[in-house]
Design a binder for this molecule. Structure first.
Ligand SMILES: [Zn+2]
Length: 189
């Protein structure tokens, strides 16, 4: 098609591929960048490049990090005897935004990818409580049982976030206050 502005269409397609961006929003953003705000657009391009280059997974817990250890793992004032297991690194952002949790984290993408060695290494560093902060579902209940079984030889208290978190609703869609409360009101499993 001759009347297509190819680089504009490419930009729209790239933006539309992002989570929660529809065609119309993608078009609005692309138009804004190329027609209204060149400086802002270049700033975004630079920020994307830098973030993608600099951010890796924390060696210890799997969180986002710019260094070998993420800020939580590197922080000696955090309670390293508490280990909160989450499904995705992004769940940590959500819990940290609540600001009440003072322990540490471990990201477990799925049971199939469970790096048992890394988790047990972490447990052996003096963990006393394992907190499961999963989206409540039958699958995550099974995951909790599986991990508990794997860690049964350690002297641990297992808890999970309180039932205030509705079944099947992903943690990122739960408001911060509810998530903080669910963490505070965690129950034994
Ligand atoms: Zn870490």
């Amino acid at each position: 098609m001759k009347n297509k502005i190819e680089s504009f269409e490419n930009l729209v397609d790239a933006l539309e591929a992002l989570p929660s961006i529809g065609k119309k929003s993608a078009q609005r953003m692309a138009y804004h960048m190329v027609m209204d705000d060149h400086f802002g657009a270049m700033k975004i391009a630079h920020a994307i490049e830098k973030a993608v280059q600099d951010i890796q997974q924390c060696e210890r817990c799997g969180a986002m990090s710019e260094d070998e250890l993420c800020p939580v793992c590197a922080d000696i004032t955090r309670d390293h005897s508490k280990l909160c297991i989450v499904e995705h690194a992004k769940d940590i952002l959500q819990i940290e935004a609540g600001g009440d949790y003072d322990g540490t984290y471990f990201v477990i993408a799925s049971v199939e990818h469970l790096d048992g060695g890394k988790l047990t290494d972490r447990i052996e560093e003096g963990v006393e409580e394992v907190i499961f902060a999963f989206t409540p579902s039958i699958a995550t209940d099974a995951m909790i049982l599986f991990i508990e079984e794997k860690l049964k030889d350690y002297d641990l208290v297992f808890t999970k976030i309180a039932q205030g978190v509705p079944t099947g609703v992903s943690l990122e869609n739960i408001d911060m206050l509810s998530l903080s409360r669910a963490l505070q009101d965690r129950v034994k499993v």
